[in-house]
Design a protein around this ligand. Structure first.
Ligand SMILES: Nc1ncnc2c1ncn2[C@@H]1O[C@H](COP(=O)(O)OP(=O)(O)OP(=O)(O)O)[C@@H](O)[C@H]1O
Length: 831
């Protein structure tokens, strides 16, 4: 094929010739795209559409030169000075980039004389991005448009400067223009069957966004060598190669949507497409410069470009027996003559898609571009483009197919596979750890459940203990009621109190110990009926609760001990003070018990609430909780009822204590009244204030009516008021008719109580004697007659005695309501 696709004389068939050119090379599908871009000249008046001998027709992709060696040049694309970078990309590179994303290798490079706009076309500007940034944008657009595939992008950036390869991404500090990058380990071009020709070692960076990729490339641009030339103030002095490796695979191959299918897909070989997009900004060919450095650079540049042109010129599509491309004469192509051609070998040999953008600058007559030397360079560029268009034969195949044929390098380079495998391994480790974590959490939940169960059991045990204590307490109360003789019919039996007589006497407060009250006395106390129905607690008390009474010990007797019970006065009865003390003790006991119950209930409620709140979040214990809560609720209600009942009882006992205290005060007043009477009878009784015989038997036990106390005995003793013969019917007398004294302590073991009170019978007997004496004296037939002064003295003595007896009678009448003496066992005591 001629280097001049068409000539002026054949211009009429230019379109046809261009179409024929594409078809003849077999690149009708666009595997090889050759474009020419004309840089605008500032001096051009019409935008360069017609610069002297040049004619550019973008619509027909035609560049025509009317001068010597002129002709018409047709290409795939001809961009005029009005065309933007976006149009250049869309027409010359976009399709190639898209196919690279589909698995083809692709190469785009700009070729042309220095200052004609290669860098401008490839990199562009901020307002007019070139092929590289537009390709990057397109790559990520493609990824977004293909959600069923997953991609991995990595980029490298190298330059060939003076026939040496430098890694532009491995240099940390951007070099100043012309200063060169930091020298690093020499990078060699290697070749193997899988990867083809590649530079190593070369840094590759994985990028995940357009911005990140652009930043990486911009960093490389910053260290790329540039310098000022005659035609370009910032001329590229090296060939810059950006390589973007694209790995992709189907995200869900087949019908696999599960994790397992993804894992299988990840470890299945051949599923990954690996393709490379090479974007190359070549250094510009130039005439020998005056500057030595520029001349050296230019020599290397020109040499590599010359080699490139030579290789392309010899491309024939033929191959030797080993499959290496040869020229039409069967000779090997000189790819190794320069690093540039060596690096571009895969693309030039037809294993990749290729797009060549040739830049030229056409100028009007008189301009630099119109110089003869410049025109020659422009014609050389056009001829290079024509040879590339005519000679490069591409049989690019998708990387996946290449892999199947053992040509590609995906097997060893697919980071996506390696990463996927690593991901699979990490996921397995994660699964193992998650399972272990789940098992630990399950164990923790089980332990927590066991702890909650134990807490529930503890609470239940606590509740049961409280209930048992309540039952025991009530049992004690019942026994105590028996021993204390609480009359369920509004009367109190004897409160069993053992007290040291000496102790009592030592206090000096109980000079007149009194017997326990009879049922009549209880009526007098007006104790509320409710109080009588309450039981008394029991307990041994060794404290002097009342200041005027010191109780050494209160012995609570159960049924077996009732027979030994004896009251304060040694007659099986208890004094009101003792009863008060017992009630106080009972009150304190109940207060403690209530306090204990309240504390435990509060604790149980808190524990129950916390347990319920915790357990509501767990379905595993809902069933058990329903029954447990119902039981606890019932127990709580029962305990509330018990507390209310105990409080009511306490109130009654308070009232009862108040009543007993009131009665005690009244009795003490009465005792004081009696205690002030001179103990006249002491002279006859032989004891101070004690008229009781030394042979006085044990005081009688008396029944209090309905009390079941000692019901084994025939307790017929009743306290009944009886009219005194010849006396007032209101004066109470005691009539003990009971036959037993089994509960009475023996005379030998029980201290003899002091009896300072006169019974009604005694008083009656005294009065009878006094009356008889009066009668005797008045009749004169007295047995003893006293005359004179002696008789008068005797009369005065009788009057004094009478007065004292009257006082004693009053005291006895008062004390009779309280004193209880055995009528048949204890003779009337004469004071
Ligand atoms: N199509 C264009 N439109 C506007 N300005 C352009 C165009 N092409 C190139 N230029 C300008 O021309 C100058 C040289 O361009 P550029 O550096 O791209 O040339 P080059 O071919 O890369 O040169 P070298 O080979 O020396 O690196 C720049 O200032 C650039 O802005």
């Amino acid at each position: 094929m001629s280097e001049q696709p068409t000539s002026r004389g054949r211009q009429s068939t230019a379109d046809e010739g261009a179409k024929k050119s594409r078809d003849s090379t077999g690149n009708g599908r666009g595997n090889v795209v050759v474009s020419v871009r004309v840089r605008p000249d500032a001096a051009a008046s019409d935008g360069g559409q017609s610069d002297g001998e040049w004619m550019v027709d973008g619509r027909r992709s035609l560049v025509a030169y009317k001068g010597r060696e002129g002709g018409d040049y047709y290409y795939d694309n001809v961009f005029t000075t009005y065309d933007s970078n976006a149009k250049v990309y869309d027409s010359a590179a976009k399709r190639l980039v898209r196919r690279v994303m589909e698995g083809y290798h692709g190469t785009v490079f700009a070729y042309g004389m220095t200052g004609t706009g290669k860098t401008f076309s490839m990199q562009g500007t901020a307002t007019s991005p070139g092929v590289i940034p537009l390709a990057i944008t397109d790559i990520f657009s493609f990824i977004r448009e293909n959600p069923r595939r997953e991609f991995l992008l990595r980029v490298s950036y190298l330059e060939i400067y003076n026939e040496k390869i430098h890694d532009l991404l491995a240099q940390s500090t951007p070099g100043t223009p012309g200063s060169g990058a930091v020298q690093q380990g020499e990078i060699e071009l290697r070749e193997d069957s899988k990867r083809g020709v590649y530079a190593a070692p070369l840094k590759e960076e994985i990028v995940q966004s357009p911005t990140q990729l652009l930043r990486v490339i911009a960093r490389g641009d910053g260290v790329r060598r540039t310098g000022s030339t005659q035609f370009n103030a910032r001329s590229s002095r090296s060939h810059a190669v950006v390589q973007i490796v694209v790995e992709s695979r189907e995200r869900t191959p087949g019908n696999g949507t599960t994790q397992e299918s993804k894992r299988l897909a990840a470890i299945t070989p051949g599923g990954v497409l690996v393709s490379t997009l090479s974007l190359i900004d070549l250094a510009g060919s130039e005439r020998a410069a005056e500057n030595k450095d520029r001349r050296t650079e230019g020599a290397h540049i020109n040499k590599s470009l010359l080699t490139l042109g030579t290789v392309i010129g010899k491309l024939s599509g033929d191959k030797d027996k080993q499959g290496n491309p040869t020229d039409k004469d069967g000779k090997h192509l000189p790819y190794r003559d320069s690093k540039l051609t060596r690096l571009l070998q895969p693309a030039l040999s037809g294993s990749s898609l290729i797009s060549i953008l040739c830049t030229v600058q056409l100028g009007p007559a008189g301009s630099i571009a119109a110089a003869s030397s410049h025109i020659v360079e422009t014609l050389n560029t056009l001829k290079f483009a024509s040879r590339a268009k005519n000679n490069i034969v591409s049989h690019a195949k998708k990387a996946e197919e290449a892999l199947a044929n053992g040509i590609g390098d995906a097997g060893s380079r697919a980071l996506l596979d390696r990463y996927r495998m690593e991901i699979v391994d990490l996921r397995k480790q994660l699964d193992v750890q998650m399972k272990a974590k789940d098992e630990e959490e399950e164990k923790a939940r089980e332990i927590e459940a066991e702890q909650r169960h134990e807490e529930q059991m503890l609470e239940m045990q606590l509740a049961r203990t409280a209930l048992k204590e309540r039952i025991e307490h009530l049992n004690r109360l019942i026994l105590s009621s028996k021993s204390l003789g609480v009359n369920f019919n509004r009367s109190l039996s004897s409160l069993s109190i053992k007290r040291s007589r000496a102790s009592i006497l030592s206090t000096g407060s109980l000079r007149n110990p009194r017997p326990a009250r009879s049922s009549t006395a209880h009526d007098y106390l007006e104790v509320p009926p409710a109080t009588i129905n309450r039981t008394l607690s029991t307990g041994s008390i060794t404290t002097g609760y009342l200041p005027t009474v010191q109780v050494s010990q209160i012995v609570v007797a159960d049924a077996s001990e009732d027979e030994d019970s004896q009251g304060e006065n040694g007659d099986g009865t208890a004094t009101s003070a003792a009863q008060i003390r017992a009630l106080h003790a009972d009150l304190a006991d109940k207060n403690r018990y209530i306090s204990t119950l309240e504390k435990r209930l509060l604790q149980a409620r808190r524990s129950s609430h916390s347990r319920v709140s915790r357990t509501f979040s767990s379905d595993a214990f809902k069933g058990g909780l329903a029954a447990g809560d119902a039981g606890m609720e019932t127990q709580l209600q029962e305990k509330d009822a018990e507390i209310a009942d105990l409080r009511a009882r306490l109130d009654d006992k308070d009232r009862m204590v108040a009543a007993l205290r009131s009665a005690a005060r009244k009795r003490d007043i009465a005792d004081l009244a009696i205690g002030t009477t001179p103990p006249e009878g002491g002279q006859r009784g032989g004891g101070r204030g004690v008229g009781r015989s030394s042979t006085t038997p044990s005081p009688p036990q008396y029944d209090t009516g309905k009390t079941q106390h000692n019901n084994n005995h025939n307790s017929n003793a009743r306290l009944q008021p009886q009219p005194r013969p010849g006396g007032s019917s209101t004066t109470p007398t005691l009539n003990f008719s009971h036959k037993h004294t089994s509960l009475a302590p023996s005379a030998t073991t029980r201290p003899k109580p002091e009896k300072r009170h006169k019974s009604v019978d005694e008083v009656t007997q005294i009065l009878d004697e006094m009356i008889q004496d009066k009668l005797d004296n008045s009749n004169g037939g007295g047995r003893i007659r006293i005359t004179g002064e002696h008789e008068r003295e005797r009369e005065r003595e009788r009057k004094r005695d009478s007065g004292r007896r009257d006082e004693a009678l009053v005291g006895s009448a008062v004390g009779a309501g309280q004193a209880v003496q055995g009528a048949d066992a204890v003779p009337s005591t004469v004071v």
